[in-house]
Design a protein around this ligand. Structure first.
Ligand SMILES: C[S@@+](CC[C@H](N)C(=O)[O-])C[C@H]1O[C@@H](n2cnc3c(N)ncnc32)[C@H](O)[C@@H]1O
Length: 192
């Protein structure tokens, strides 16, 4: 088990633990996707970013978070100090972030893939998936695929052929009323 005690402890809001099953999940996803540049939507205290940075020495992570918790910027600062240029944090709503990248106001992170684990409103999830298509990601990693909105959107996009499920992973999340969580790895159809 990885030791991520250097991160702040969130008082609430679910996050990935550095457990054996979560490390196996990321190792398996990386063996399929082969990513070195990961864009994450939803840093929280930094656990899923830290797991990637600890497990894969060549991986760079850019994480975008709206920063509604005190511990998010603290976690981002700890990761920046520990991993230097392998980690970047953008304090922003993912919808505004996407608009600003399109306008050239924010640097395009050129991600190999996106881990979508931010807002669960329908418009936010659609924005994050659309951003992945626009950025040319062949694969998307989507957390919480059993929760209502995410499930609805992902299943709808699968019927339209925009997303194709490659593999579903179950893991035990922490700090949540629904600890049995699921992550989906999807092939993503690019924007034509
Ligand atoms: C479930 S937590 C992320 C957990 C993290 N990925 C982990 O496993 O360690 C969700 C995070 O998304 C952020 N968030 C919610 N809506 C967002 C949005 N529209 N844009 C960016 N971040 C958002 C919240 O502030 C929260 O920190």
């Amino acid at each position: 088990m990885l030791n991520l005690d250097y991160l702040p402890k969130p008082e609430y809001e679910g996050h990935m633990p550095p457990s054996k099953e979560v490390c196996e999940l990321w190792r398996d996803i990386r063996s399929v996707v082969g990513y070195d540049t990961l864009l994450e939507i939803g840093l929280n205290a930094g656990h899923s970013s830290a797991i990637n940075l600890e497990l894969f020495p060549t991986v760079h992570v850019t994480s975008v978070d709206i920063g509604r918790h005190d511990w998010t910027e603290l976690g981002a600062n700890v990761l920046k100090t520990k991993f230097h240029d392998r980690f970047n944090f953008v304090l922003c709503h993912s919808t505004a972030y996407f608009e600003r990248v399109q306008k050239g106001e924010y640097e395009h992170p050129h991600p190999d893939t996106i881990f979508i684990d931010g807002g669960h409103d329908i418009s936010h999830v659609i924005n994050d998936i659309r951003m992945g298509q626009w950025m040319g990601c062949k694969y998307l990693i989507i957390d919480d695929i059993k929760s209502n909105n995410v499930k609805l959107i992902v299943e709808t996009l699968m019927t339209f052929g925009v997303l194709k499920l490659v593999k579903e992973y179950r893991y035990k999340c922490v700090n949540t009323s629904k600890p049995n969580n699921a992550v989906g790895l999807y092939k993503c159809q690019p924007i034509q």
